[in-house]
Design a protein around this ligand. Structure first.
Ligand code: SF4
Length: 916
């Protein structure tokens, strides 16, 4: 009998996936040798181990599932869910947590896609010819180039982009913050850069973090699962939806395609792609016309009772009424009509002065109406500096707006019957509480902000914002006090954080792309507003020194940029130096000049804190990093050391660098000293401990103790929502409702009426529906979503996970569309439009509407014919909506990670044909 060894067993498992895997590294060579009598013996011995270590997968599934990682002979042998979670009250608990990707990780981390050594490009970019070099050589050469660019131009011309694989791990991201702050590189952020920023939430609430724990789903009586597919994308938490159904909750899925989530829901509504805002506005129309709204709530919490001038459509302000107001530019004082006195009255919560940074402005003032009885309906004459004018309420304006969305009219737009719209609106309004669970997809439409504003309108009218079991569930995030302190400690903030979208617009020739795809008029119009916003200083401009060097950490940008081939062409042909820090070889690394090997999830110390569960999770180093890979802290430390060394050797003098009005002296000889806080911080465990010690809402625990426990419950958890200052997550919206604190909007209220001149110009003063953009001559709208068997590009090439799918990239098409094009299931098809083309297997499915295509995302270009993936036909990256660059209006204007234009992914069309 042939002896089975752990080595050849693993090699065999890997070999089955070689057809599509990205073949790099020789990870299996490090697997320890041990003889077994046969496969039965191997199986039996799988249940023996040397050590058990706590860990998870620090990637963007947001699962943060507690795992035991079993190690034998220095090899991660298998993993198992740890699952020791408590219940929150009467709600089912959070465990066991896990998914097939996590259970597969012990194999994937030894896959041939691993990068094991520093690599330097030989030959042309993308040719795949590499030279293995030492860390010393790699960091010295990179440091020299870094110093050349930083001193000759400015550090601004060096970008350091982090992807979610790095940035959701707290110590890793804190390391980037510190490195970026010291060196002055530009960091294009990923939140808006991948189209995940809920700008509509910021416009309405002055806050983008509106999510609660996943258990809050169980507390809801009606959940609209809108543009989201949690059965696929939130595997460890989707059970809350199905358990809630046993608890009497109506789960209503709203998506154009029949998703696995829709399959398990009480009702599925399938609007035509991109018409969701019309559906939301129609539901609002039903709620208003049938008086299903909650008047007391909207009078106190929202801008609906505020007075509006009928002549100019502006909100009535103090500056309209008094010379003093005009001179003082007191434009954040607003008014209501008080039914009790039949007179105008200043609205509570408005007119607050700006507070110094770091102070909670919300606590200044109150929304408490006292004895005011605001009118929602009516028209009155008031004396202004312009004479006597007529005013009405935002509520009246909204009723007028909603007349365009009577269910019969909305039915013609959405394809949903008027009857179904009415019934859904009634169920939603009468269920108390009711929730909208919306994924990030709503942010990825050009007019996604309007959809979020309409969703929030539904929630506000029914008193469901700031209530357990209610709210717009998109996301929350830790209040990053500990990470920021680590990044800026001793030196203060001098950090260049920019929206990834505006970065791409500036450096990717996006106006030319808009001209080619959407025509000159749109390109000129959008560009003129963009340039005006920059000229007005509403948004920063980090493009003055060009783009010389791109560093990509845990970021496979060339996989997903929505710019057809334009981004790859610009980045890979014009950048002078490209550096990737990556555990696995993907297309971005493949086109780099240097690739630095990074440790995988079980090979590092770090922390995960995600708002869907109330636990801090550890990543402990179960085994040393493979090959010469290191964790992100250590990689940046080696870069910092090389920069210091070479700056000293070359006698480079400090430079003066102006960042956001602050002039900083950057002495690159001191980079390492500053990075390590003078030697006080030496490894990622030290960073993690610093974060625990200085973070808000996390129990003070030693990293070693946390490594034993795996998880620890965070502070301030009273129920399933984030509603206390003691918790580590944003709770401002809940506290505005409970404690009547004003909101961070210019009106201090939930704001549905935005009278910024650009919003008036574009007809977006109130939530409304605008059709999605199409590309002329191409009839099919292509939609995408997160995959079940991968997280972005990670695990997409794993052999076992591929065997659970079709083994290669596939795209869902409607049977009628397939027949029209003589395509049958399994055919290779060419998907194309004026931006480009790519090839994939046709997956014919009646779950897809006629006129649309659907593809799960993340497939790396290297898994496609011609190395071209779906990104070739998505040419939306230059579609920067003018209103998303508005400023000089209270809460509107650049706010990193809060108000910035999204890179959008949906507003395009294409066609397909059978590939010959
Ligand atoms: Fe959980 Fe994400 Fe790991 Fe799956 S990949 S087990 S969802 S942490």
């Amino acid at each position: 009998m042939t002896k089975v060894t752990r080595r050849n067993f693993l090699q065999g498992a890997t070999a089955s996936g070689l057809g599509l895997s990205l073949q790099f590294g020789h990870a299996t060579k490090v697997i320890a040798n041990e003889n077994y009598r046969g496969s039965e013996d191997l199986y039996r011995k799988k249940w023996t181990w040397d050590s058990v270590v706590r860990g998870t997968h620090g990637t963007n599934c947001a699962g943060t599932c507690a795992f035991n990682v079993f190690v034998k002979n220095g090899v991660v042998w298998r993993e198992e869910q740890q699952g020791q979670y408590e219940q929150l009250g009467d709600v089912p608990d959070f465990g066991p947590r896990g998914c097939q990707k996590g259970m597969r990780h012990h194999k994937y981390m030894y896959g041939d896609q691993r990068v094991l050594y520093p690599l330097k490009r030989k030959g042309k970019r993308g040719e795949g010819k590499w030279q293995r070099i030492s860390w010393d050589q790699a960091t010295t050469e990179i440091a020299d180039k870094f110093l050349d660019y930083a001193t000759q131009y400015n550090p601004e011309c060096i970008s350091y982009a982090s992807g979610t694989q790095m940035s959701v791990k707290m110590a890793s991201f804190a390391s980037l913050l510190r490195f970026g702050n010291i060196t002055g590189v530009t960091v294009p952020e990923f939140f808006s850069g991948v189209g995940d920023l809920p700008t509509g939430s910021h416009m309405t609430l002055g806050q983008v973090y509106t999510g609660d724990t996943f258990a809050s789903v169980y507390k809801s009586k009606c959940v609209l699962v809108w543009m989201s597919n949690p059965a696929v994308t939130r595997i460890p938490d989707a059970h809350f939806f199905w358990e809630a159904r046993y608890n009497g909750t109506q789960v209503i899925a709203i998506s154009p395609e029949f998703t696995p989530t829709a399959m398990h829901s009480n009702l599925w509504l399938n609007p035509k792609p991109g018409t969701d805002s019309a559906l939301a506005m129609a539901m609002a129309q039903v709620i208003l016309s049938e008086k299903l709204y909650q008047p007391d709530y909207i009078k106190e919490q929202s801008d609906l009772p505020l007075l509006v001038r009928t002549d100019t459509k502006e909100l009535l302000r103090k500056e309209h009424l008094s010379l003093y107001g005009l001179l003082a530019v007191a434009d954040n004082v607003y008014y209501m009509w008080n039914n009790k006195t039949n007179a105008m009255v200043r609205a509570p919560g408005t007119g607050r002065a700006d507070m110094p940074i770091g102070r909670d402005r919300r606590k200044q003032g109150t929304l408490d109406l006292g004895d005011i009885q605001p009118a929602l309906e009516g028209r009155w004459l008031v004396k202004t500096l312009d004479g006597e004018i007529e005013v009405t309420t935002v509520f009246e304006m909204l009723k007028e707006q909603c007349k365009d969305y009577e269910p019969e009219k909305a039915s013609a737009i959405t394809g949903i019957s008027a009857d179904a719209i009415r019934k859904t609106a009634r169920v939603f309004a009468k269920a108390q509480p009711a929730m909208i669970y919306a994924g990030y997809a709503s942010c990825k439409w050009l007019h996604g902000d309007l959809l979020q504003r309409a969703m929030l309108l539904l929630l506000s009218l029914t008193a469901n914002i700031g209530r357990e079991g209610g709210g717009l569930q998109v996301a929350n995030a830790p209040i990053a006090r500990g990470m920021n302190q680590f990044g800026f400690s001793d030196i203060g903030p001098a950090f260049r954080l920019i929206s990834g979208t505006t970065w791409d617009y500036d450096h990717g020739n996006m106006k030319a792309l808009n001209t080619k795809i959407y025509g000159q008029e749109l390109a000129d119009t959008y560009d003129s507003y963009y340039q005006e916003s920059i000229a007005e200083d509403w948004f920063p401009d980090y493009s003055k020194h060009g783009w010389k060097m791109g560093i990509f950490a845990g970021n496979n940008g060339a996989n997903w940029r929505a710019a057809g081939s334009a981004w790859r062409k610009n980045a890979f042909e014009e950048l002078e130096t490209i550096v990737s820090l990556a555990p696995d070889m993907g297309v971005t690394s493949f086109y780099s000049d240097y690739v630095l090997p990074i440790a995988h999830h079980y090979e590092r110390h770090d922390l995960m804190l995600q708002s869907r569960i109330p636990y801090l999770q550890v990543l402990s180093e179960a085994v040393p990093p493979l090959g010469e890979s290191v964790d992100d802290w250590e990689a940046n430390k080696r870069l910092a050391a090389a920069i210091s060394k070479r700056a000293k050797e070359r006698g480079i003098a400090p430079i003066k660098d102006a960042v956001d009005g602050r002039t900083v002296r950057r002495d690159y000889t001191k980079t390492l000293e500053l990075y390590t806080m003078g030697g006080r911080v030496n490894n990622s465990k030290d960073v993690a401990q610093f974060i625990i010690n200085s973070s808000h809402g996390i129990p003070k625990i030693s990293f070693d103790e946390l490594s034993v426990k795996g998880i620890v419950k965070v502070n301030g958890v009273n129920n399933t929502m984030w509603d206390t200052e003691e918790s580590p997550f944003h709770s401002e919206i809940a506290r505005s409702v409970m404690k009547k604190h004003p909101y961070e909007t210019i009106t201090g209220r939930q704001q549905f009426y935005i009278d910024h001149e650009w919003f008036i110009e574009f007809g977006e003063v109130l939530p409304t529906y605008k059709p999605p953009l199409s590309i002329k001559g191409y009839p099919l709208r292509m939609m995408m979503g997160h995959a079940r068997h991968g997280v972005h590009s990670m695990w997409r090439d794993d052999s076992l996970l591929l065997s659970l799918q079709r083994g290669e990239p596939d795209i869902y098409v409607n049977p009628d569309d397939a027949i029209d094009r003589r395509v049958v299931d399994g055919d290779m098809i060419r998907i194309f439009n004026s931006a480009g083309e790519f090839f994939a297997m046709a997956h014919v499915s009646s779950g897809i509407q006629p006129g649309m295509l659907f593809m799960y995302h993340g497939w790396d270009p290297k898994m496609f014919k011609n190395e071209k993936n779906f990104g070739e036909v998505i040419a939306t990256a230059g579609l920067i909506k003018p209103t998303s660059m508005a400023g000089d209006y209270g809460h509107l204007g650049y706010r990193p990670l809060a108000f910035a234009p999204n890179q959008t992914y949906k507003d395009f069309t294409c066609d397909f044909e059978k590939s010959v």
